[in-house]
Design a protein around this ligand. Structure first.
Ligand SMILES: C[S@@+](CC[C@H](N)C(=O)[O-])C[C@H]1O[C@@H](n2cnc3c(N)ncnc32)[C@H](O)[C@@H]1O
Length: 336
């Protein structure tokens, strides 16, 4: 699994912006849903095209300031909602001509560097990782869940090879003190059997905790399902992912809706499922060398998209069952 983004840049760059614009073609107009508004990089670019309307979402209230600036400029064409993208279906978008739904997953430079959010192992202080609209923090996870449960989170959400040792050492250590960011980074460092020279030892565990605290797996799955329902014929769903777990989910979902597969293997062969979407990509789009040079954190970005080819707004999907093993891990938080 690729490491989480550790930026060594000073501002947020919208990743793969030109590629996104050429895929969603805002010059023809329509409504675009920017599911991850952030600093508004994508929204602002889309609004440069006069016949467009943007509905932008972000779970982080810190995005509202930027959103208010854009609202002043584009009163009739821009709307911001401080909601999670899994709640897309609450927006009642049936009457909108939705031509694009975009997800730029992960977090912006500003968020990662914000000490209050406690996302980075370089931060001093309380373990937080709440990105907005959360029920619990990383501090509660690390200080309360059982050893086996912590180990599962680190293994499945962070692909951490030393998950058992780290979880064991956390549980031993917390008998004496509450685990802070610095303490957690120290425990991980001392638990690792092999040091990776390219990434910090704590990278994977911190990524795993962030995914767990923000329920990023069910957010993504429900966000994708809702996006596929609201986008109109010829509209596009485009997703930029930053690690292999996210990419695996997006790849599976897009493939399952755009490839010919029998509904059931017991059905006659010609009873084939209708493909609601089509994919024009053989491989995901990745940033150019120039972009990576300007914005090194973009190096792990992958862009996948599909185009709706049928006027269908409901469909069957097995994506929830397929990734049920991950949702079960997310649900360990029920006891917090
Ligand atoms: C990488 S940034 C997006 C940057 C944006 N494309 C830009 O150009 O400024 C991702 C944003 O998505 C938001 N986000 C992450 N998960 C979310 C979710 N489930 N629902 C809504 N917003 C989410 C984060 O708070 C963050 O602001």
């Amino acid at each position: 699994m690729k490491a989480t983004i550790i930026p060594n840049v000073r501002k947020h760059y919208p990743v793969l912006l030109n590629e996104i614009i050429s895929i969603i073609t805002p010059r023809y107009g329509g409504t675009f849903i920017d599911c991850t508004f952030g600093q508004g990089g994508y929204s602002k670019k889309i609004l440069e095209y006069p016949k467009t309307k943007v509905i932008a979402l972000d779970r982080d209230t810190d995005s509202s300031k930027k959103a208010n600036e854009i609202s002043k400029k584009f009163q009739d064409r821009f709307l911001f909602k401080n909601i999670k993208f899994s709640q897309l279906d609450n927006l009642k978008l049936q009457n909108e001509n939705v031509k694009g739904v975009i997800f730029d997953l992960g977090y912006s430079y500003t968020q990662i560097k914000d000490p209050k959010k406690g996302l980075s192992f370089e931060t001093v202080g309380e373990l937080n990782m709440k990105m907005g609209i959360n029920d619990f923090s990383a501090k509660e996870v690390v200080n309360n869940l059982e050893e086996k449960e912590l180990s599962q989170i680190f293994k499945y959400f962070g692909d951490e090879k030393d998950s058992n040792r780290i979880a064991h050492n956390i549980v031993e250590d917390r008998k004496n003190r509450e685990i802070t960011t610095e303490e957690l980074a120290r425990i991980i460092e001392s638990s690792k059997r092999k040091k990776n020279l390219k990434t910090h030892s704590a990278t994977k565990v911190f990524q795993a905790l962030r995914i767990f605290v923000n329920k990023e797996i069910s957010e993504l799955i429900n966000g994708l399902i809702n996006a596929a329902k609201i986008v109109k014929k010829d509209g596009v769903i485009a997703v930029v992912t930053f690690h292999s777990l996210e990419d695996k989910i997006v790849k599976y979902f897009f493939k399952s809706l755009s490839e010919n597969k029998s509904v059931s293997r017991y059905m006659p062969k010609d009873e084939e499922k209708i493909n609601i979407f089509k994919s024009l990509q053989k491989k995901p789009t990745i940033p150019s060398e120039k972009e990576i040079k300007e914005n090194p954190p973009s190096r792990s970005a992958k862009l996948r998209y599909v185009i709706k080819k049928e006027d269908f707004y409901d469909f069957d999907t097995d994506i929830l069952e397929k990734f049920d093993y991950l949702i079960k891990i997310e649900n360990l938080s029920d006891k917090l």
